[in-house]
Write a protein that binds this ligand. Structure first.
Ligand SMILES: Cc1cc2nc3c(=O)[nH]c(=O)nc-3n(C[C@H](O)[C@H](O)[C@H](O)COP(=O)(O)OP(=O)(O)OC[C@H]3O[C@@H](n4cnc5c(N)ncnc54)[C@H](O)[C@@H]3O)c2cc1C
Length: 501
């Protein structure tokens, strides 16, 4: 998305200037001058993440180089009551790294060290600013790689992946970030060093590692991560199937899983999406198909040959009109290049796009796609669909022009409707991009006030003063009342005493 919908703050008022002065004085004791940015031209590049519709300039940006500096920054801000937003590469799509106007952005960009690769234990210990792909590149010498592969893997950091519990094409077979991280070291807002998990497959005590992964930078600042590595498969092949109806394609996904096959990747794109990417990367897609499905098998040569045969059989029985199987590594990568470039290709169709991230039971894929078609008419906006079909993780991309405020409001309402449809179909409002600021209102639809209070209680256990990435992820009761779409159980409106605006 290109155009700023919420205009960034331009000048600091007197109170903010005083706050900034105090903050800089305190951080001056902790950081060398080259690690602290405060001039407007230096802080502006940090005003947003991948959800560029929302922009805010922070009081300052800290770029520490050591863990002890991170700890002292947190302690200083804790004492001053200054909120902190941790930041990796800023590729997040839900506004998780959006600055707080009166706060500090804490960038982990300088934490780029691969601390250790242990090929015998098949683990890598890395600093949080290491790029996702850089882990696999470093492990390649040992025939190993890090399986979770967000499409942004060339840029996004492992710290961001831990915070968002990121997924990718390979997560259907190999699991999400939470299934591939053994240990996390972090620092709380009060400056306490905490560690969850261990180098062993399990750790004593409560499983707080899985609580921490996906906490969107609200519980602690990650300073080191140990991940699992897996052997690179001997071979891989991809089947590309065409369907003349999106619903039939969606049902084929459910049929593959029902047949007991767990492919290494199972992704779907609708016709507008294939048309957009074909012009961009020439992947060889069937442009007459209403939808195409990409299904990858990996393993030994024999395993792949057998699985491809079974997949082909299921796809034909499910109504595929045309099937192609990659005949070389070059062709396999070409088939995937379209899917991997779908987001940038959407940028060619429209000045702006709004990427949704709902997850639904696989059997409901066809139903949701049909409902989205209806919403396109209702909101007078186009929507293209690319998604991790095997995980039921949908990425409808709503196309709009950000210079037109009415179009943006329609896009926002369209997106919220899609997420509500996901909840209604038995799914959830986020699959892998997080809640951030983007989906905070939709949390009111998904969760009851009691559930949201429980989330706040967990947040308070890590950050009692509420200074770490505040006002994101969990909506307050007042916010939900204002949004007007409360979780209604048994027809009873919760807390009728709360004022509705
Ligand atoms: C083109 C494109 C494709 C994408 N494809 C995928 C995909 O396939 N799958 C997927 O899951 N996501 C995808 N994303 C979203 C994004 O890349 C992921 O959410 C990623 O994990 C963000 O990493 P980052 O380093 O950029 O984090 P940022 O955007 O900088 O931050 C994200 C969140 O993590 C927190 N955070 C960052 N670092 C730390 C830290 N060290 N300690 C504590 N909190 C921290 C931030 O506060 C923020 O809440 C895509 C994004 C783009 C732009």
């Amino acid at each position: 998305m290109n155009a700023p919908i919420s205009a960034p703050n331009v000048v600091l008022d007197a109170a903010q200037e005083e706050r900034q002065r105090q903050l800089l004085m305190a951080l001056d004791q902790v950081l060398p001058p080259h690690c602290l940015l405060h001039r407007r031209e230096d802080t502006t590049p940090y005003e947003c993440d991948g959800l560029a519709a929302y922009r805010r300039v922070p009081l300052a940006v800290a770029l520490p180089e050591t863990e002890s500096q991170v700890q002292r920054i947190l302690q200083a801000c804790h004492q001053l009551g200054v909120p902190i937003v941790p930041r990796g590469a800023g590729t997040g799509l839900s506004g998780g790294a959006l600055p707080i106007t009166d706060g500090l952005v804490l960038s982990l960009a300088k934490f780029k060290k691969i601390v250790e690769i242990d090929p015998y234990a098949r683990t890598a210990t890395v600093q949080p600013g290491v790029r996702n792909l850089a882990i696999s590149e470093a492990a390649a010498t040992y025939g190993l790689y890090y399986a979770p592969d967000p499409s942004s893997q060339i840029a996004c950091t492992i710290g961001g992946n831990v915070a968002e519990n990121s997924g990718g094409v390979h997560c259907l077979k190999y699991g999400l970030t939470v299934h591939n991280v053994l240990r996390v070291r972090a620092i709380t807002m009060a400056g306490e060093v905490i560690e969850f998990g261990s180098l062993a497959p399990d750790a004593p005590g409560l499983d707080l590692l899985s609580v921490f992964i996906g906490s969107e930078g609200m519980f602690g600042v990650v300073t080191e991560v140990t991940v699992k590595l897996v052997p690179k498969p001997q071979s891989a092949q991809v089947v590309m199937a065409s369907f003349d109806d999106v619903e039939t394609g969606g049902n084929a996904v459910a049929a593959i899983i029902a047949a007991g096959i767990i492919p290494a990747g199972l992704e779907m794109m609708d016709k507008p999406a294939t048309q957009a990417v074909e012009e961009f990367v020439h992947a060889g897609y069937d442009l007459d198909a209403a939808a195409i499905l990409l299904c990858e098998s990996d393993g030994t040569l024999e395993e792949v040959a057998e699985e491809i045969m079974r997949v082909t059989h299921v796809l034909k029985a499910s109504g595929a009109t045309h099937i192609r199987i990659s005949r070389s590594e070059e062709e396999r990568l070409r088939f995937w290049s379209g899917r991997k470039n779908a987001f940038p290709a959407a940028g060619r169709l429209s000045p702006d796009y709004y990427c949704m991230d709902g997850t639904i039971p696989r059997r409901a894929i066809g139903t949701l796609l049909k409902r989205i078609e209806g919403m396109e008419l209702q909101y007078r906006l186009r929507c293209i669909n690319v998604f991790h079909a095997g995980d039921g993780n949908m990425h409808p991309l709503i196309l709009f022009n950000g210079n037109d405020l009415d179009e943006w409001h329609r896009a926002e309402a369209f997106g919220a409707d899609i997420l509500e449809a996901c909840v209604e179909l038995g799914g959830t409002i986020t699959g892998e991009h997080g809640v951030g600021v983007e989906k905070i209102n939709s949390m009111c639809v998904q969760f009851s006030p009691e559930e949201r209070d429980a989330f706040f209680a967990v947040k308070r256990a890590f950050d009692p003063v509420g200074l770490l990435n505040p006002d994101k992820g969990i909506p307050t009761r007042a916010r939900c009342a204002e949004y007007g779409k409360l979780h209604v159980r048994g027809g009873l409106l919760p807390h009728p005493d709360l004022p509705r605006f």
